[in-house]
Design a protein around this ligand. Structure first.
Ligand code: SF4
Length: 398
């Protein structure tokens, strides 16, 4: 331990405190996110020790299919390669038949999660999106999504998890019934990133106040919730720390953030940010380690394994305890150039580092087994029938 803690004595104090179970203050969180390369081994050492103590030697993942229900979106994020304008040939709202075909394929392959991703509220700004929805018999994307979730639940064993951008309380209430969990990336809590020249200047839905309000509503509604940070979009270390602390504040109040994603920005050709550099792996590791030190064992932390250029061992060492949703059937439509690793390969890497890889549902084991009140009544029996005593997917259920 001492060999790691010989560099910055002030940081040593923060790390020793964290190791003793006390999360950092705001100033101390700034120190963590501003730490230097030579401090990184100490940070990682402490984060890893906290993860091992609080979460044990298990790393979870969810076997999923990804259903990109629509790539129409009211926002224009500077880094997004997923969104299409209605006039582009690739713009689409997926038919329910196609969504079902993907889900059935996943069902036959032992998946348990249907991850719905879609642009935010496209009908609010694109008349063409409204026309397409009307042709399908719907007036809003949320109504269409709800019915598609219902269909997947009716015809397959998959459990939906939805990421549809900012949703109102009423929409969350309706979606809660047909989703095992719901998510939205905070990305960052800094309003500065929405100003002119920032990545979110043309994205009203990326206003962090709206996103934090939705995350809070989800807490009030007891929805197992997934959120996280996008690292490398022009934020400062302090803004990264503030974002983690905002999420921690909400989680301390509602205990509903089941998963915190630390995701690396990846430049996409043809986007305004195509020339931006991808953050160095050490930035991702520093953010993961700081998140673990701030949250201690209070949430699950994951980094998408397809975005770390096969540096799996490094992010494991930084304190994650989950690999997120993995699909060996569908592409990552947001990062199509970065395929997910094979689950077998991930298992080998994970066990090679001394961990056991366990499959979970889109709702984490603790919200199934230990924390009461978070399972939607309608899905409760179904979820309980799919898990073992600890809340992981039953081996014989595959
Ligand atoms: S909200 Fe999502 S889909 Fe829409 S532009 Fe931004 S990143 Fe793309």
């Amino acid at each position: 331990m001492n060999e790691f803690l010989r560099f910055d004595p002030r940081l040593d104090e923060v790390l020793m405190k964290a190791l003793g179970g006390s999360p950092p203050t705001r100033e101390e969180a700034y120190q963590l996110l501003n730490s230097t390369e030579r401090d990184l081994p100490g940070l990682v050492y402490v984060a890893s020790a906290i993860r091992d103590r609080e979460k044990g030697k298990r790393i979870s993942y969810s076997k999923k299919v990804l259903i990109p229900l629509s790539n129409l979106c009211r926002n224009h994020c500077g880094y997004c390669g997923f969104r299409k304008d209605p006039a582009e040939p690739a713009a689409r709202i997926m038919s329910q038949d196609e969504a079902l075909r993907i889900a059935e394929l996943g069902d036959r392959s032992g998946c348990r999660e249907a991850l719905f991703i879609l642009g935010e509220r496209p009908e609010s700004t694109h008349p063409e999106a409204s026309r397409r929805l009307r042709r399908l018999g719907y007036s809003t994307m949320t109504d269409y999504l709800l019915d598609t979730c219902e269909l997947i639940l009716e015809k397959t064993k998959l459990l939906p998890h939805t990421n549809a951008g900012v949703l109102t309380r009423e929409e969350l209430e309706r979606l809660r019934d047909v989703n095992a969990s719901i998510g939205i990336m905070l990305e960052n809590s800094s309003v500065r990133l929405c100003l002119e020249g920032g990545p979110h200047q043309n994205s009203p839905g990326k206003n962090p106040r709206l996103r934090l309000r939705m995350i809070e509503e989800a807490g009030r509604l007891k929805i197992p919730f997934t959120t996280g940070l996008l690292v490398g979009i022009g934020e400062t270390p302090e803004e990264r720390a503030d974002s983690l602390l905002e999420l921690k504040r909400l989680h301390d109040e509602y205990n509903h953030i089941q998963e915190l994603i630390i995701q690396s920005f990846c430049p996409k050709p043809g986007t305004p940010m195509e020339g931006w550099p991808q953050p160095h792996l050490s930035e991702v590791m520093r953010t993961v380690a700081a998140a673990r030190i701030i949250f201690q064992g209070r949430t699950n932390i994951q980094t998408p394994p397809n975005l770390v250029h096969q540096r799996y061992r490094e992010v494991l060492a930084a304190g994650i305890n989950d690999w997120g949703g993995i699909s060996n059937i569908t592409d990552d439509q947001v990062n199509p150039e970065e395929p997910w690793p094979r689950i077998e390969a991930l298992e080998e890497i994970t066990s090679g580092e001394g961990f056991e890889l366990r499959m979970r549902l889109p709702v984490y084991p603790e919200y199934v087994k230990r924390i009461p009140g978070f399972l939607p009544g309608r899905l409760q029996d179904r979820i309980l029938s799919m898990v073992d005593d600890e809340g992981y997917v039953k081996e014989d259920g595959l």
